[in-house]
Design a protein around this ligand. Structure first.
Ligand code: PLP
Length: 451
């Protein structure tokens, strides 16, 4: 039985498990945390020590681990049907999920295409955009535009519109060429400039490219409000309205990658909703969703598509159809979990509760504003981040912070020298104060060693 041998998980992991995002050669120096179970925001190792999941297990977990509501619907679904193919078959969890998501966009994005992980949702969005133009006789539109330091996943297509050197550089010779435009990252503000000013500059850069190249460009893809893998780079909501307007003006599809920022992370269910102007939401043409949509329980991703894009595929000719498929497309268990997640947003004041807890967290971290070692303390919804100045951070900062965090009951993994927390939605004000104190204590420890 596995359970009797938990103590040697690390050795056995080393022998056979190829961990993601890990230099396996260094695994012994930085061994993985063995996790035996989870409850609420806590993870427990086989010895029963607890760790606060401050990054929601790579941004996926919403209502904590072992959530009774999610557990109950999944057990019920297991007794009905665990999986059936979605080509030639249909089932209630997929239908209900698609209907509910369409309603959440007020009908702007009424058609839902299913996949399993974020990167495949991005692949779908890129292929769909190109194919929709082609179906309209505009085959020259086959180039994509992305934002500097943006992240959209690591399959070959998604990586081509990703601008994070550490993930991209080794594979660069394999990738299709894409255009990169300036990031609206508000940290670039010069003295006296507002985040909105930075957004204007970034929009000017996009306009210049579209002006020159729009006949060849199929779509612009971006992460609304927060560029996650860039180190929680945040920008002004005016940027969202700006890109919508430019894409309209130059006939380019707008793809919003809400894989990380969707499902309430930024304070509204979809990040895009925050850019509403007099009730008018600048909906994209294609919207990618994954990570939190299943509550962090099962792999599931979706692409929501506008009516015009959908209709461009309708014809007697099968080759005009969108034939893209995955074996587990629309998995009933994952869809059922997602329906329960949406139910939770309908039944409970999730966003209001998060707003209170996140404000408490921000307030408890506020002393860092005047800390000379720290810059750019920032928050958008439930995501709070700050950067440690390079001269203080020193070498291997992220790994040292991660290890020092574990000593303080924290699971936290900085990106470079950007420290962030993105806790599950079960943090109350008391836990927020505890979390902030432990983060500050970890910072003290790590900076002491750097000095
Ligand atoms: C995580 C992420 C992806 C990729 O999702 P995977 O499930 O890891 O393939 C794509 N885009 C954004 C913005 C993400 O944060």
């Amino acid at each position: 039985m596995v359970i009797d041998r938990t103590h040697d998980w690390i050795e056995r992991s080393l022998a056979h498990v190829w961990h993601p995002c890990t230099q396996m050669h260094r695994l012994r120096e930085a061994p993985p945390l063995p996790v035996a179970r989870g409850q609420g925001p806590w993870l427990f190792d086989p010895e029963g020590r607890r760790y606060f999941d401050a990054i929601s297990s790579w941004w996926v977990n919403l209502f904590g681990h072992g959530d009774p509501g999610l557990n109950a619907v999944l057990k019920d679904q297991l007794d009905r049907i665990a999986h059936v193919m979605l080509a030639g078959c249909t089932h209630e969890p997929a239908v209900e999920l698609a209907e509910r998501l369409a309603r959440r966009t007020a009908g702007a994005l009424p058609h839902v295409c299913f996949a399993s992980d974020g990167a495949s949702a991005v692949e779908i969005a890129l292929k769909m955009s190109f194919h929709a133009w082609r179906n309209r006789g505009r085959e020259a539109k086959r180039e994509f535009v992305c934002v500097r330091h943006g992240y959209h996943g690591e399959t070959i297509g998604a990586l081509a519109v990703t601008d994070v050197a550490i993930f991209r550089d080794a594979y660069d010779p394999l990738l299709m060429r894409s255009h990169q435009v300036a990031s609206p990252d508000a940290r670039q503000a010069a003295a006296g400039e507002t985040p909105a000013d930075v957004a204007v500059r970034a929009l000017d850069d996009l306009r210049a490219l579209l002006e020159r190249r729009h006949e060849h460009i199929a779509a612009f893809i971006y992460e609304p409000l927060v560029q996650g893998a860039a180190g929680m780079a945040m920008h002004d909501a005016s940027y969202l309205r700006g890109v919508r307007a430019l894409c309209d003006e130059y006939e380019v599809h707008l793809i919003a990658d809400e894989i990380a920022v969707g499902c309430g992370r930024t304070g509204t269910f979809f990040a895009t909703e925050q850019a509403a102007d007099e009730g008018e939401v600048p909906w994209p043409d294609l919207l990618c969703l994954s990570k939190g949509i299943s509550g962090g329980y099962l792999p599931l991703s979706l692409v929501l598509a506008s009516r015009p894009i959908y209709e461009s595929f309708l014809a007697d000719d099968v080759r005009r159809a969108f034939l893209h498929s995955h074996s587990y497309t629309g998995n009933p268990l994952a869809c059922r979990a997602a329906c329960e997640v949406l139910d939770r947003f309908d039944r409970e004041p999730v966003l209001e509760r998060n707003a209170r807890a996140s404000s408490a967290l921000e307030a408890a971290l506020a002393p860092l504003k005047d800390d000379p070692r720290v810059e750019h303390l920032r928050r958008r919804g439930t995501i709070v981040a700050f950067d440690v100045r390079p001269e203080v951070a020193g070498a291997d900062f992220a790994e040292r912070f991660h290890q020092a965090g574990l000593q303080r009951e924290l699971l936290i993994r900085p990106i470079g020298r950007s420290v962030y927390v993105m806790p599950p939605y079960v943090m109350d004000e008391e836990l927020a104060a505890w979390l902030a104190a432990r983060v500050i204590d970890t910072l003290e420890e790590v900076c002491r060693h750097a000095a």
